[in-house]
Design a protein. Structure first.
Length: 486
C-alpha cells in the first residue's frame, strides 16, 4: 500500500475540483487531484457541458438569480428555521444548522462570489462571450465559456499542473480517513496503476452526484429510475461515493435526493447531450398515442425540465414529439434539435403511428382533436405569442398551429439525468456540516456533491456553483495538521 502526504486532496477533476486545486495551489499548498477517467477524458461531466452561466454581464448575475434559488431551496420550510437562516450562522439552533434545505447564507455567498470567480477564470486563460444557445426562446441571458466546459477543464488543469499539483488518473476514492469523530485526515483510494493508495491531507469532495449509480438512483427515486440515463458519457463516472463516504462519517445530507436535473434527449443517440428542445412546436404523445401535458406553457429554457418530468411519468418513461413541415419555417429551428439521429417521417398520421408502434386510431384522434382546438391568431415562433388551443385538456398555451402539412416528423424523447439534486450540507466556506450542525474539520465539498437544488433547477447555475464553491474550498482549506485550530 502506498501512502503519500499532501496539504489538500481533491476528489474529482471537473470544474469544482479543479477550481479548488488551483486556488489551493495558488496559496502554496501541496495538492493532489484524483480523477476516475484517463487523462484524455479528464473533467468528468464538466468536460461535456456547454457550461451555460446565468449572467447578464461579465460582472452581474441575472436579476432573478437569488430569488429563483430561494424559491427552490426546499419544500414547506419550517418558519422558525427560515427566520434563523437570515441571522448569523453561529446563533442558529443545531436543527437549523443541519436541516436539509438550502439556507439564505449559501445563496448569498454564491451570488456574491460569482463576479470575482469569473474574473479569476479570465486571469487563468478562460474566455467568455454571449454566444447562441440551443434555446429558441428564453427568459434569461446566458454567458458561455468559449469552447464550453472542456475549455475550463483544460485551462484550470493546465494551471494546476504548472503549479505542481499531482494528478492521479484512473483513481477513485473509497473511504475517508478520520481522527476521532469529527476530523478528516485523508482518504483511501484505489488506483489502477498503483493499487491501494492512502493520501493524507484535508479533503475536498468534488466528485459529482450519483447519476451514474443505478443502485443509488433506485434507492432514492424508485422504479422510474430505470428509465433515466446520464445526459453524457461523463455522467457515468459520477457514482456517488463522495456523498456516501461523507454520510458514513456523520455528515448531514441536503437537497432533494428524490429528484434530478432533467433534460429531454433522443434515446437512439449515443452522443453527448442529444437534446430535443423543439417540442413546444409540436405535440407530445405517450405510448397510448395521447397527449399528457401542455407542450408550451412558457419559454423553453424556463419550462423544459418540468415538461421532461412529465415525460418520465408516462408508461415506459418515453414520449414522442409529433411535428409537421411548418417547423422548418422557424428561424434556426435546428438549434432546438441536438440529436444525430434523423426524425421518423411518414406521409400521414396513420402511417407515422405505425412507424412509431403507436395505436393508429388513438394518434389520429389526438391530432384531429388538437387541430380542431387550434384558434386563429398571430403566430410568433420566437416569442411567447399566446396562440393557444380552446376546448381541450391539457391545453397548449403558445404556438398552437394545426398539424396538417405532411410529411409528418417525430422524435422519441426520454428524461436524461444531467445531475442529481441530493448531496452534502455545506456552509458558506464550503465546509461539510455534520448531523449536529457543526463543520467537520478537514472536509469540504463543492459542485454536485454539495447540495443546492429542490424541485426545479435554476438554469445556468450548476457550473457556476461548482466554480464558486470549489474556489472557496481551495482558498479556505486548512492542511490536516492545522485543522484542529479551525
Amino acid at each position: 500500500m502506498s501512502t503519500q502526504e499532501f496539504d489538500l486532496v481533491v476528489v474529482g477533476c471537473g470544474v469544482a475540483g479543479l477550481a479548488a486545486a488551483v486556488a489551493a495551489a495558488e496559496r502554496g499548498l501541496r495538492v493532489a487531484v484524483l480523477e476516475r477517467s484517463v487523462r484524455e477524458e479528464r473533467g468528468g461531466q464538466s468536460r461535456w457541458t456547454e457550461a451555460y452561466l446565468r449572467m447578464k454581464s461579465y460582472t452581474e448575475v441575472t436579476d432573478d438569480f437569488e430569488a429563483f434559488l430561494a424559491e427552490n431551496s426546499g419544500f414547506y420550510p419550517d418558519p422558525d428555521f427560515l427566520k434563523e437562516s437570515f441571522s448569523e450562522r453561529a446563533s442558529w439552533s443545531a436543527q437549523a444548522r443541519s436541516q436539509g434545505g438550502i439556507d439564505a447564507g449559501i445563496i448569498s455567498a454564491f451570488a456574491e462570489n460569482v463576479p470575482t470567480t469569473i474574473a479569476w477564470l479570465q486571469g487563468n486563460g478562460v474566455r467568455f462571450d454571449f454566444l447562441p444557445t440551443q434555446f429558441l426562446t428564453s427568459t434569461q441571458p446566458r454567458l458561455l465559456p468559449v469552447g464550453g466546459g472542456e475549455a475550463i477543464v483544460e485551462a484550470l488543469a493546465g494551471r494546476a499542473e504548472a503549479m505542481g499539483a499531482t494528478f492521479f488518473y484512473e483513481t477513485s476514492a473509497r473511504a475517508l480517513c478520520t481522527e476521532g469523530a469529527n476530523r478528516v485526515t485523508g482518504l483511501r483510494a484505489w488506483s489502477r496503476q498503483i493499487g491501494d493508495l492512502t493520501l493524507q491531507g484535508a479533503v475536498v469532495l468534488a466528485c459529482g452526484g450519483f447519476q451514474g449509480n443505478q443502485e443509488m438512483l433506485a434507492r432514492y427515486m424508485g422504479r422510474k429510475a430505470a428509465f433515466i440515463r446520464p445526459v453524457c458519457k461523463g455522467g457515468y463516472y459520477n457514482r456517488g461515493e463522495g456523498i456516501q463516504m461523507a454520510l458514513a462519517i456523520g455528515a448531514a445530507g441536503a437537497g432533494d435526493y428524490s429528484s434530478f436535473h432533467a433534460e429531454p434527449v433522443d434515446p437512439r443517440s449515443g452522443i453527448s447531450e442529444p437534446s430535443i428542445f423543439i417540442f413546444p412546436y409540436g405535440l407530445l404523445v405517450n405510448t397510448k398515442g395521447q397527449r399528457f401535458t401542455d407542450e408550451a406553457p412558457g419559454t423553453v429554457d424556463a419550462w423544459y425540465e418540468r415538461v421532461t418530468r412529465r415525460i418520465l411519468e408516462q408508461p415506459e418513461g418515453i414520449a414522442w414529439v409529433v411535428l409537421d413541415q411548418k417547423v422548418k419555417d422557424i428561424p434556426n429551428y435546428r438549434l432546438g434539435i441536438r440529436t444525430d439521429q434523423p426524425p421518423i417521417e411518414a406521409a400521414s398520421i396513420a402511417e407515422l403511428a405505425r412507424r412509431l408502434d403507436l395505436p393508429v386510431a388513438a394518434l389520429e384522434e389526438t391530432v384531429n382533436g388538437y387541430n380542431a382546438a387550434c384558434c386563429p391568431g398571430d403566430y410568433q415562433p420566437l416569442q411567447l405569442d399566446g396562440l393557444r388551443t380552446n376546448g381541450i385538456e391539457p391545453a397548449k398555451s403558445n404556438w398552437a398551429l394545426p398539424l396538417d402539412t405532411g410529411p409528418y416528423l417525430a422524435y422519441p424523447i426520454i428524461a436524461s439525468n444531467v445531475f442529481t439534486f441530493g448531496g452534502l450540507k455545506v456552509d458558506e466556506q464550503a465546509r461539510v456540516i455534520n448531523a449536529d450542525g457543526d463543520a467537520i474539520y478537514g472536509l469540504y465539498a463543492a459542485g454536485e456533491t454539495a447540495a443546492l437544488y429542490f424541485g426545479n433547477y435554476c438554469g445556468g447555475t450548476s457550473v457556476l456553483r461548482g466554480l464558486v464553491f470549489g474556489r472557496i474550498a481551495g482558498n479556505g482549506a486548512q492542511p490536516s495538521s492545522a485543522s484542529a485550530a479551525i
